[in-house]
Design a protein around this ligand. Structure first.
Ligand code: ADP
Ligand code: MG
Length: 446
């Protein structure tokens, strides 16, 4: 049962979090309302309790287990659970004192071959490729940012894999910012701070994922800053990821955020329909290797790409569920199966936004009257926001063009199409517009 829960969590919290926190746990069973786990360290136990408590509990409850508390015992698991994916640890061992600095495990599937490139991520991909060549450092750091599940971690692992193959002489270290902090705190506690510094300063390529995590954690930020500077001074490549641009990370020290901007800052944009479709096809080929090939209607891919728009991880989870279900009952994936099997995911994406909410928010944002948005006026200050609202309606709801047209004061579907295309066109060059749209999208989704 725990294995099932653990697998579901993998999709919810992501491969790398799962590997770091959930996989090391061994479930020892439930008694008297307490579920017991063996964790490799107290830190892992505390972390899981703090971070994943609710997710674990809600799942235990759905399978009818009567638990009220979780407890962790510290110790190495009796038998290590076999992992389904190929992993390799990036190791750095230079101190000679037997100290070993181990990076986070790399996911074998997160390589460049499996990364689907489209307009929204082509710059990030190109920059990652450049770093992965292992040639002379041209920009430092490479700062990748973007929303959850858009492929930051995937790209960083891909860089690491590629460098391992091309430049085995280089010491490549990939880890999350929280692991950086954990190591640092541990080194402080064990009075091994000099070792910590030496180890981190001896790597050739340092990659730190989700750096927003250290914002507000003063001594960790301080140490990170020094590590960062020391490596840059030695002309060692650094790759950083975060969920937003350096200047927008709250409580990140100004001197750090300005150093981050000295290199190349690239943005992973939210996926578009074509990219999602491409990713679905690629993942289907991947899943076919473990589930056997399964017949899926093209309409199913289109439907999913259209409906599950926020997060590639969720999209992937949906497809995985269809594969599992289909192989279980030995039928091909039909539209009906999609409805049955994914009703929960589809409901939550359905409930998201209405055209009316979009119109209201957009009008508010651009400071125009709702009646003008729906009315006939064609001045730029009104027509532009109206087109943006049309675009968002097409992107964020499942309404058809004629349906959207009706909600825009009875406009024709060709007018809506024109508006949508116009915005797509303008987005290619207008960064301010992109920011407006992303902001609105976030407001509408929350
Ligand atoms: P992030 O770190 O930005 O939150 P991840 O790198 O963990 O996102 O990506 C989430 C999931 O989506 C992963 O399984 C990843 O393989 C997949 N993914 C995201 N973008 C792409 C892409 N362009 N091509 C293939 N898979 C992708
Ligand atoms: Mg990530």
């Amino acid at each position: 049962q725990w294995t099932g829960i653990s697998e579901e969590l993998r999709y919810e919290i992501g491969e790398s979090n799962h590997k770091n926190w959930i996989e090391p746990l061994e479930c020892l069973g439930v008694s008297d309302g307490v579920v017991r786990f063996r964790a490799p360290s107290r830190f892992v136990g505390d972390w899981v309790k703090r971070t994943y408590h609710d997710q674990i509990f809600s799942r235990l409850q759905t399978i009818g287990t009567d638990v009220t508390r979780m407890e962790f015992i510290v110790g190495e698991p009796a038998q290590r659970p076999a992992t389904a994916t190929a992993t390799a640890a990036s190791t750095v061992n230079k101190s000679g004192a037997g100290d070993e600095l181990q990076g986070a495990p790399l996911d074998g599937k997160y390589n460049f071959d499996n990364f689907v490139v489209g307009k929204p991520n082509e710059l990030a991909h190109a920059a990652a490729r450049r770093v992965a060549e292992g040639g002379p450092v041209t920009f430092n750091p490479l700062f990748l940012y973007g929303g959850v599940g858009l492929g930051k971690t995937h790209l960083m692992h891909a860089i690491a894999w590629e460098l391992k193959a091309k430049r085995p002489d280089l010491q490549v270290l990939y880890l999350s910012a929280e692991q950086f902090m954990y190591r640092f705190v541990q080194a402080l506690r064990d009075r091994e701070i000099m070792d910590f510094k030496n180890l981190f300063r001896s790597v050739d390529v340092l990659m730190v994922d989700d750096v927003q995590f250290i914002a507000g954690k003063d001594s960790t930020q301080e140490e990170f800053f020094h590590t960062f500077n020391a490596l840059v001074d030695q002309n060692k490549q650094i790759v950083i990821s975060a969920d937003r641009a350096p200047g927008e990370i709250k409580d990140l020290e100004a001197r750090i955020s300005s150093r981050m901007q000295c290199g190349l800052v690239v943005d992973l944009h939210p996926t578009n329909y074509e990219l999602r479709l491409g990713i679905l096809h690629r993942k289907a080929a991947q899943f076919a290797q473990s589930y056997g090939s399964i017949k899926i209607d093209d309409g199913v891919f289109e439907f999913l790409a259209h409906r599950i728009t926020t997060n590639v991880r969720v999209l992937e989870g949906a497809l995985q569920r269809l594969f599992a279900f289909s192989s279980l009952i030995g039928q091909e994936v039909s539209q009906d199966m999609v409805q049955d099997c994914l009703s929960d995911m589809l409901r939550s994406s359905e409930r998201r936004v209405t055209v009316e909410e979009i119109q209201r928010k957009v009008a508010e944002h651009f400071n125009i009257r709702l009646s003008d948005m729906l009315g006939p006026k064609r001045t730029r200050t009104i027509a532009r926001p109206r087109q943006i609202a049309m675009y968002l309606s097409k992107e964020m709801t499942s309404r058809s063009l004629p349906e959207i047209g009706r909600r825009f004061g009875g406009r024709d579907h060709t007018t809506i199409l024109h508006g949508v295309r116009k915005v797509v066109e303008m987005r290619e060059q207008d960064t301010q517009l992109n920011e407006d749209i992303e902001l609105l999208r976030r407001l509408l989704e929350s």
